[in-house]
Write a protein that binds this ligand. Structure first.
Ligand code: 4AD
Length: 465
């Protein structure tokens, strides 16, 4: 009851406190500042000292409350994740002590802005570390306040910026294509459809077709947009919605395309590791990371099939009920599923540009290899720990050949008239690729699944929060 009577008042004779973000604290040492944020940690030491580690999204700051500041009702009932504003002078920590940034705020006044609950509803009880992944995903809006999730999301922002900077350095222009579409790109089985004013429309699987139409208008182009896939299985690397970094380049050949992709990955990594925050997060989350060097190993699809057979990696043979009844070698012409692809990539232990897949297992728009028309000028980039992070190809330039592609894949060409027109009004050799930002991050930060690098992951069975 006595505590309820203790009231703090700001001493107006002190110099006015400058409002700052924790990120900028160092340059304000020795000055009176005001910092607002969330109580990340809280420790009471005896009757007259309390430490608060304050978090404002830009960093962490240790704050020291003393004397009367520890005696108020708010001080005695302070809970984790409450918001507070703390005023005081920023001091370098005494010799032998450590604190984030090497300094601490000696408070002269503080106030609670928004109280978080204690007891059963306390933050710590909502986020028990033993919670199942599903419960943690229900609480994702609170999980992202944690140090690891927050570092991952900061890296995500740095990586997006690094890609944009790279494209900018190569004079590739950013466009923002529509996500509501009436055409498929990567096969009908993973399309999300919806009613669009009485017509059927889809959420885009890839912005590639639109990027191709921009070449004649803007030159080389890229986009950083969401793509959607109705994936009907749970894997470590499949999402229903993901951020797709796609680019399209005109008047190039297959070799140019491979070189561009390789150069982009290496340059983006350089940008990330040269950034102080980037290198710090990388050290925290993936200390053993080794940046890949050019040139990447290049391997043809046909040699990957050979590699699997030589290394005794077999596929399961199933009966009609789906029971395993034996094993067999992979054969030319088959898709290489996720598991063997991952085993091969992990064994080889370095990035691989896997090239020249057979026409039958690839999309309608892919250009055939001039030296072997059974094959396409296509590439997947495979990374240890994740597998495929990029898919790309040269595109068909010829009108009749594209018509054949639609036919082979059973696609009605009518809604694709605008795409087909590109082969009519001045065709050109061109190609491009799509890179899954979540897969890139899972590789970079050594996360078990792509779900960990999303703000709010979407996959089969989850569309909230
Ligand atoms: O190989 P994909 O399907 O290629 C395309 O969509 C091309 N049209 C891209 C282009 O040439 N512009 O997808 C490209 C990349 C994959 O390598 C993978 O990184 C990512 O997109 N991806 C997914 N990421 C998360 N969840 C999914 N369900 C994904 N499907 C593809």
């Amino acid at each position: 009851e006595a505590a309820q009577k203790v009231v703090l008042e700001e001493d107006k004779s002190l110099p006015e406190a400058q409002k700052i973000k924790i990120r900028d604290a160092t340059e304000h040492r020795g000055k009176r500042i005001k910092v607002s944020g969330w109580v990340h940690r809280h420790r009471v030491q005896g009757k007259d000292i309390a430490f608060i580690v304050l978090r404002d999204g830009t960093g962490f700051l240790q704050c020291v409350l003393t004397g009367k500041q520890c005696h108020t009702y708010d001080a005695i009932t302070l809970t984790i994740e409450s918001t507070v504003a703390i005023y005081g002078v920023l001091q370098v920590v005494p010799e032998g002590k450590t604190a984030p940034g090497g300094h601490e705020l000696q408070a002269d006044y503080w106030e609670v802005l928004g109280k978080a609950p204690g007891g059963d509803e306390a933050f710590g009880n909502r986020l028990n570390t033993e919670s199942s992944p599903d419960i943690l995903l229900d609480q994702r809006h609170l999980v992202i306040r944690g140090e690891t999730a927050s570092s991952v999301l900061k890296m995500r922002s740095l990586v997006l910026k690094a890609f944009r900077d790279y494209f900018d350095s190569r004079n590739v222009v950013e466009v923002t294509p529509p996500l509501m579409v009436q055409t498929q790109v990567e096969g009908g089985s993973t399309l999300f459809d919806f009613q669009y004013y009485g017509e059927t429309a889809y959420l885009t699987q890839s912005s590639q077709l639109y990027l191709e139409t921009c070449l004649a208008s803007l030159g080389d182009v890229y986009c950083m947009a969401e793509s959607f896939r109705a994936e009907k299985s749970h894997t470590r690397r499949h999402l229903s919605e993901y951020t797709h970094c796609e680019a399209e380049l005109s008047f190039i050949n297959f070799e140019d395309l491979l070189n561009f992709i390789e150069d982009m990955i290496v340059s983006v990594m350089e940008r990330v590791t040269n950034d102080p925050l980037g290198s710090q997060i990388l050290k925290e989350l993936n200390p053993d990371f080794k940046a890949p060097k050019k040139p990447f190993r290049r391997m043809n699809y046909a040699d990957a099939i050979k590699w699997l057979n030589e290394h005794g990696i077999k596929k399961d043979v199933l009966d009609e009920q789906g029971n395993k009844i034996g094993e067999a070698d992979y054969e030319f012409g088959e898709d290489i599923p996720e598991a063997p692809e991952r085993r091969m990539t992990d064994t080889i232990g370095e990035p691989i540009l896997l090239c020249r897949f057979p026409t039958e297992i690839k999309s309608f728009y892919m250009k055939r290899c001039p030296e072997n028309r059974q094959l396409t000028e296509s590439v997947d980039v495979l990374m240890p720990n994740v597998g495929e992070i990029v898919g790309g190809s040269m595109r068909i330039t010829n009108f009749e050949e594209l018509a054949e592609g639609y036919k082979r894949e059973g696609i009605d060409p009518t809604p694709y008239y605008w795409y087909t027109d590109q082969r009519k009004y001045g065709t050109c050799e061109h190609g491009g690729f799509g890179l899954g930002i979540e897969r890139f991050l899972a590789w970079l930060l050594n996360r078990y699944t792509v779900r960990e690098v999303c703000l709010y992951p979407r996959f089969m069975g989850r569309c909230q929060p």
